[in-house]
Ligand binder design. Structure first.
Ligand SMILES: Cc1ncc(COP(=O)(O)O)c(C=O)c1O
Length: 385
């Protein structure tokens, strides 16, 4: 143990922050509350003008042709999978993502093939996708994790070569771009979550973007009991609709989303600068050509060099007044829910599960807070190192 360990707040030293830095900033503004109140006062609570406008504006800002609001990001995945996949289809999905990307494939009756991710960007590894393609592969379901687009050129090239569908889980990647274009321009469908803590949060909520007219119509039908006209049901569907209170909050928050995303980008740049050269900690790398939405800023803790656990690092940071979180503590192949279908454990996903640690990232962080968080990270790393 080096002498600097004595200075850690966890060991009785003075913490970097007296009060914890907020990990996220999900608070509504007055105008969001007013927009929701207007809907409540109107009595038109079902999906109406606010949802329609949110669909148009969100699709437009994402460089997609159509947007379809829905109940949440899990429903958004289900809508896309229901429209684009068939039971029994073999689908390649990263082991390193949130469970819904994969579990909703199981719900669709698909055969999952878990693939690995890249250690630097933590995004899906196109070379590993290639290795896992079989004559039965029908689709790729990949996540722009932490808000950072995957290597879209590589994924689209694989899909083209093998005639595969591509569904992008963009739940964390609102307004992210790839080679200067919104991510909604790529793939067959993009799915979003508006969960309370997402970059655009409405409490619960979701949206699908597509660029094909027929697919837009189909997903619209699936979303609402396959009902093109009242009490005529042309296919089996669900009720995955959003309501207009949620739509109003989403539309109101959307007006600030670009500015808030720019602020997240500035925070990420500051973290990159402050944390460059801190031994034992690696800052996140972004895919070439991508502009991340920075939903999360996930460090990799070099637990071998620092001779500590990621959770021990997190505890020491907490004592300094810096909350952190783990996205995620397990590779999906280690989740009991998938035990029956796992054939192998992609190694990078497991490696990441032991090392990732997300530090505060949101649009309200001040330069002083970012500097202080970085100081705390460097202090803890030095103490363990
Ligand atoms: C990558 C990813 N996919 C899907 C979802 C599911 O979205 P929801 O919670 O809105 O159902 C989430 C939400 O955490 C997510 O992060």
């Amino acid at each position: 143990m080096s002498t600097s360990t004595q200075e850690l707040a966890a060991n009785g030293g003075t913490p970097v922050f007296d009060a914890p830095v907020p990990f996220m900033a999900p608070k509504l503004h007055r105008e969001d509350i007013d927009a929701a109140t207007a809907v409540l006062e109107s009595g038109m609570l079902r999906a109406a003008g606010n949802c329609a406008e949110l669909e148009t504006q969100f699709a437009d800002k994402s460089d997609a042709k159509f947007g379809l609001t829905c109940a949440n990001g899990t429903c958004a995945l289900q809508l896309a999978y229901e429209a684009l996949l068939q039971p029994g289809d073999e689908v390649i999905v990263p082991a390193w993502t949130y469970i819904a990307t994969a579990s909703m494939l199981v719900a669709r009756g698909c055969k999952l093939v878990f693939c690995d991710s890249l250690a630097d960007t933590m995004q899906v590894d196109p070379d590993d996708i290639r290795k896992r393609i079989t004559p039965n592969t029908k689709a790729l379901a990949v996540t722009h994790l932490y808000g950072t687009p995957v290597d879209i050129d590589a994924v689209q090239a694989i899909a083209k070569e093998h005639g595969l569908r591509v569904i992008y889980d963009c739940a964390q990647a609102h307004l992210a771009t790839y080679n200067g274009t919104g991510i909604g321009a790529f793939g067959d469908a993009c799915t979003y979550s508006f969960y309370a803590t997402k970059n655009l949060g409405t409490g619960e909520g979701g949206l699908v973007t597509v660029n094909d007219d027929a697919l837009n119509t189909e997903i619209g039908l699936i979303r609402s009991h396959g009902e093109p006209e009242k009490y005529l049901h042309t296919r089996i569907g669900f009720n995955y609709r959003m309501n207009d209170i949620t739509g109003a909050i989403g539309l109101s928050r959307l007006q600030r989303l670009q500015a808030e995303t720019d602020k997240r980008r500035a925070v990420a740049t500051l973290y990159d600068q402050h944390l460059a050269g801190v031994a034992g900690v690696t800052t996140p790398t972004v895919t070439a050509g991508a502009d991340s939405a920075w939903h999360l800023y996930s460090l990799k803790i070099d637990i071998d060099a620092l001779n500590c656990s990621r959770d021990g690092f997190s505890e020491a940071l907490k004592a300094e007044g810096v909350p952190s979180a783990v996205h995620y503590p397990k590779s999906l192949t280690d989740q009991p829910a998938f035990a029956d279908i796992v054939t192998d454990h992609p190694p990078v996903a497991r490696w990441l599960a032991d090392r990732v640690l997300s530090i505060p990232m949101h649009h309200e962080l001040t330069e002083e807070q970012v500097k202080g968080v970085s100081e705390a990270v460097a202090k803890v790393a030095a103490a363990f190192g």
